[in-house]
Structures are given as C-alpha cells and as structure tokens.
Design a protein around this ligand. Sequence first.
Ligand code: WT7
Length: 635
Amino acid sequence: MSSYHIKNLEEYFQVYRKSIRYPEVFWEEIAEEHFLWRKKWDNVLSWDFQKPEIKWFEGAKLNITENCIDRHLGIRGDKTAIIWEPNDTNEKAQHISYHDLYERVNKFANVLKGQGIRKGDRVCIYLPMIPELAVSVLACARIGAIHSVVFAGFSASALATRINDCDCKIVLTSDGSYRGKKSIDLKGIVDEALETCPGVETVLVAKRINSDIPMVDGRDKWLEPLLKKASSECEPEIMDAEDPLFILYTSGSTGMPKGMMHTTGGYMVYAAYTFKNVFQYKEEDVYWCTADIGWITGHSYIVYGPLANGATTVMFEGVPNYPDWGRFWEIVEKHKINQFYTAPTAIRALAKEDLKYVEDHDLSSLTVLGSVGEPINEEAWHWYNDHIGKKVCPISDTWWQTETGGIMISPIPFSTPTKPTYASLPMPGIVPCLMGKDGKEVQGNQVLGRLAFKFPWPAMARTIWGNHKRYKETYFADYDNYYFSGDGAMRDEVGYYRITGRVDDVIIVSGHNLGSAPIENAINEHQGVAESAIVGFPHDIKGNALYGFVILKDEALDRDHDELRREINQKITERIGPIAKLDKIQFTSGLPKTRSGKIMRRILRCVAHNTPDELGDTSTLLNPEVVQEIIDNAL
Ligand code: WT7
C-alpha cells in the first residue's frame, strides 16, 4: 500500500525517507492506486537537468478530466464539486454537483470542438471567477487543448502579449465582471488587445453583467446559445502523460513573461497528492481557496487538486471587503468551510480591520488554514492563528511557485508541528537544499543560502513555451544539476525551512509576482521619462510595495510632479494592470550604475527601505555623486 494520506509525524518521516530512497517506486504506487489511466507508463521517470529534460510516467495514457470528473460519478455524482459564491450577497450561490460538472464540461468541450479547436491548440481564457472559468479550463483538458488562463485583472497589452506568445486562436471571455462595487468592461479590454493579435479567429463571450457591448461580426459569439445546442457527451481525448496540459505566464526579472508549460500525468498526480496531505481533506469537507484561477494556486488548488480527490471546492467571485470586511468569514460560516487557504496580504488587510468582523461569525467548522504567495510575517501568522484558527487549526505555510506546479515545502497539518514564519519541511519526493556563495551546497543546520532542488518532482514545469534556452538559463544555469528557485532561505536547527524572499529582481506585491523589467518598460513609455528603475520596499499590507526612481527628460522637468506620477501609474495600468502601480515615485537626475552600465539596485533598495547606513561601498560606481542626491530626496 502506498501512503497517499499521511496522518502523523512518524509516518511523514517514513514516507519521506522512502520517497527519497526509492522515488520511482514511491510515485508509481501513488499513481497506480489513486488515478485512472487508459494505459500504464513504460517508464516512471527519466531526467537530465543538463538539457534540461524531465519526463514522468512516459508512455502512459490518460485524460485528466476523467480523473477529476468521470470517475467520481458512480460514487459521488450528486456530491457538490464546486460551490460558486457570487460577488453580490443578494445573488444565490451555485452548487454544481459532479454530475452537473460533467455535463457542463462536456457541453463546453463540444462548443470548443465546434469552433475548430483540436488537441494541442492553445486557448486563451480571460474570464472572471465565474463557473465558466473552471468549466472552460476542464473543457480544454477534455479535448486536449492547451489552456492559457490570463488573470482578468491584467491589461489589454499584457493580455495581447500572452495571446501572441503562444499563438492562441481563440479567446474565452465575458461581457464584463464584478469586483465589489465596481463592474469592469472585460470584453472592451479583449477588443483592445485583439487589435494586435492577428492570430485570434474567435472570441466566445459569456454573459455576466448583461452590458450592451459591441460584437465583432464573424469573430465574436455569445457562449450561451452555443452551449444550449451542444451535446452533454464528449469523449475525452486520450493524452500522453507528457502532453502539455496548460501554459501559465509568470514574470521574470527581465523581458517577456515566461509561459511555464505543464504536462498532464505528473502534474495531476502531484497536485492531487499534495492537496490531500497539505489540507488533510476528508470526504465530507468543504474546502475554500480564495485565490483566482488566473494564478497557479487556482489551477492546482481550486480546480485540479481538489477535483482529482473528489472534493467540494469553493470559487469566490468577489473581494474580501465587499459588502464589508466580514465577507470571508460570512462565507466560511455560510458554507461551513473546513479548510481555508489564502495569502498573507489578505490576512494583513483583514487584521487591520475591527475584530468584530471576525467575531460576528461562527468559524467553528474550520480545521486547517493555509497561506501562500509570500513569506508570512510573525504578526500576521499569530493573528490568523489566534482569531481565525482559534489556536486549534494548524497553519500550512505553503512554499511553491508557478514553475513547481504544486506545493513543495509545507507542514502537514496534525503531523508537522508548526513554527510561525516557517514553511517547515519538504513534501515527500522533494529534496531541497541551500546553495552558498561558492556555488556549493551549504551543509548542516542553522544555515542560510539560496533555495534549490536536486531531484525532479512530477509537477515541475517542463519548459518555457517557445524558449527552452531561457528555461535552462533561468532555472538550471546558476548551479550545475540543480533547479534554482530564485528565493533565499534559511534552515533552522531541526531542518525547518524559512523562506526569506526573492534574491533576483522579481518583487512580490500582494502575493503577485512582478518583474521589475516590464514595469520599467511601461514607465519608460511615458514621453517625459528618460530612464527608470523600480525596487520593492516593505509595506504593511502588501508585503512589498513598489518604489520607482525616474529620470525625466529635459522637456518634462518643469511639469507638475504629482501629475507626472499619475500619468506614469496610468501607463503601468495600461501596460500591466493596476496591481503593478507604484506607491512612491522619486524623480532624480541619475541612477547609480556600475561601470558596465548596470543599475545598482542594492543602493536603490537601501534608499527605499530607508536604511542608507547599509549602503556599503559605492566607490566603484560610475557616478557615485548621484547617491547623495537620491538619499537627500528620498520619499
Ligand atoms: C514566489 C512564486 C505558488 C503560488 C503563489 C505564487 C513566493 C510563494 C511562499 C511562501 C514565502 C513564498 C516565493 C516564490 N512565495 N509562497 N509560503 N513563503 N514565499 O506563485 O507567482 O509563481 O511566485 O512566491 O518568492 O518564488 P508565483
């Protein structure tokens, strides 16, 4: 028997040891006992971090939607698969059973087929958190089309970049979306994006806000009438374990966003296995992850992981402060949520509000709490533990990445003793290590280093879409034969990991991974801007906020600074989205540069963090004189 479900610490250590000593046996047993395969694999694992090339369950055949839907029909066809909780409290929640989900996914899959979509085609999904989002993701998987979900808070230009990068033929969207009091013209954003996307032939539009929107003849079609006509039976496309399942974009420190490509078999096994253990999900439980399906958290832990376990998973359309700051807790009470998974930025925002918003609600259904997206600070951890978990719900501080496909380091509730701010121990099969300045592994405990992994796991991204060279350079070039995460970490005296944050130019704002380069490019598009650099600085709620240093062109020097700041943030909103707006913008005559012309962000970070005494040596700079000016004018 495999240990699919870990129940205590001793068992965790046993399972972990086995998973490291005999990884192929370990994963093979789990794959065999808990999933439905049309054909078994020829080989569990082959890997080469030099090329790099990683294959799990090669030769196996399956369809992930058979695992997430069909196989549950016999035993839990009437069980609720998805509870959809709308933005507006006056609208009714939807309870979608596994049987309903089967029909909805098949209908949608047939609609896609009717639009000429076939196995391997890329489908861009730009939808708000409405049931059609989960259904369309699964519909793509049903027919072997590769979904590329773009978070519906991204701007037209960010959307266009992502559509073009992987040549999507079709875009799925809605007439609009609700977000708290606001409604957003999503279709308008799509129309603008498509001005620069010649490859898109079809746009399917779901109705959500019933707005009167223009439809482009021959290109745009309402989804509903097509669904009505579609059959609710659609044979699943039988996929190879290593066939692509989806592409999901994440920011890098430079250049274009990276289209992380995930494949089918290994991703499914790993997402399901980690879901079961990290949340200790039991058959009658109701699980809620507050993320958007537009991020990897939603892919793995709203859709695939829970459904592969036959779970009831909640999808929430709204925001934490609408109609008031009690909304999350109202939902927990209403649906009797057992496992609740959110981000530190949300916890900090909620903790700032009056406790009555929490105390007004019965949270006694909760058993496990989760956190993801950035390091959770001690204060937020304790607030979450004291007021939400009432000191009886273990907190899973889950460390992972878009690239890793699933949770890598996390306590297993009721097994691993938790320690505030520590993601703690690796999942079975995961071999983390810390790399030192000399490029070698740092041995022993109570040490610091850069977080890397020396053995493949089933859900790791296999490549960057269309750019395998960048995949190799980004993750496998820093250390020979290791996957490098981009994060720094420490290991305490018992071997627990604590993540200290990014060591590259990626900045995590409110749990969103933002690269500095695309934001700087957006700023530089402002006609008054000559050059710019951004860094992060600590922020009470967002974790990090963005601080921009901007050199103006001569012709803009006399303009009103606040107006310029507004215009710069407007550019960023247009190019990336409101999440990337700067909190502070300092105008300066120069940026500190090395002799090779590289901006010394370290110095800017000291200014933004208000720690100028930590500047260190600036004598090797090309222009040391600008440093004092920047310090004097710091905001
Ligand atoms: C980066 C990955 C994985 C889903 C959400 C983010 C940071 C994520 C934690 C955590 C400390 C964390 C890391 C990582 N991060 N979770 N529990 N503790 N840092 O996915 O957008 O790909 O970002 O988020 O810096 O590298 P992502």
